[in-house]
Design a protein around this ligand. Structure first.
Ligand SMILES: [Zn+2]
Length: 272
């Protein structure tokens, strides 16, 4: 499943190829994605020039003067810029053509992704309006997180994975950031001091930035590449390493389940 760094990498890879380009045609082969592709998408986009490809959380926003296509890649979705006229394979659900030469293609075997259309402010859309701040902006800092965790008796890992608290911290990056910050994932959110929240917010920014930087080497995969773009492998310190030695202290990494998601931590480095 693409997480925030993958979505940001996709945005950076694709934006230069679609921004400033005029949409000549939209072909929808399959409307039954997570939510039906609205019939307003084709007339909304066709003839419009893409002004900006931006991102909010894990949503990509393909904006033009007449409105915005809201795209989510779900579990298995991918976007690629290809030569127009390239045959559609199975699961190639939507093509957005830019003249006779280029197109943006959405491929999604499991169809948990979506492509919606809005003529209103996309940030006010029901899917986006209640999202928490972006983790890499100044709005997300220790005092914000500390304040959001007051009165919350859930675990800190569950709190930072809540998109109403902060967007884009998925299971992998939550585990990694808690390790970097030395915070045990089961610690009750409202018991964490401002100092430790400072370490944690810094760790979240650090692991996400490092993943985006690692993704930079895969940017060309989104344009004219053979096959589908893969998600980059990351240097993970705890995630998926149960039973292996901690890279910092040598103790065995342990695994537990929090909110039905696998969590990995070092019992020595991450204090309760
Ligand atoms: Zn350790």
């Amino acid at each position: 499943m693409p997480e925030l760094p993958e979505v940001e990498t996709i945005r950076r890879g694709i934006a230069p190829h679609v921004e400033g380009k005029r949409v000549s045609q939209v072909i929808v082969r399959q409307r039954q994605l997570r939510w039906p592709v609205p019939v307003s998408l084709e007339p909304g986009l066709t003839g419009s020039t893409i002004t900006r490809l931006s991102r909010r959380g894990k949503y990509l926003l393909l904006g033009c003067k007449s409105g915005t296509a809201i795209i989510h890649l779900g579990m298995s979705g991918s976007l690629q810029v290809l030569s127009a006229g390239q045959d559609a394979a199975r699961h190639d659900h939507i093509d957005i053509l830019f003249g006779k030469r280029r197109m943006l293609r959405l491929h999604d075997p499991r169809r948990f992704g979506c492509m919606l259309w809005t003529e209103q402010d996309p940030l006010a859309h029901a899917l986006l309006r209640d999202l928490g701040p972006e983790p890499l902006t100044m709005d997300f800092d220790a005092s914000y997180l500390h304040q959001r965790c007051q009165g919350s008796k859930r675990s800190i890992k569950t709190a930072i994975m809540d998109s109403h608290v902060v967007v884009g911290v998925g299971n992998i990056y939550a585990s990694e950031a808690l390790f970097v910050a030395g915070v045990h994932p089961l610690l009750t959110a409202n018991k964490i001091s401002l100092i430790r929240h400072k370490r944690l917010t810094a760790a979240i920014k650090q692991v996400l930035s490092a993943a985006i930087a690692a993704g930079g080497t895969t940017l060309r995969d989104f344009v004219d590449s053979d096959g589908k773009p893969g998600y980059f492998s990351q240097q993970l310190k705890v995630y998926g390493r149960a039973g292996e030695p901690c890279l910092a202290c040598g103790q065995q990494i342990e695994q537990c389940s929090i909110g039905q998601r696998s969590s990995f931590f070092c019992p020595h480095c991450q204090k309760q």
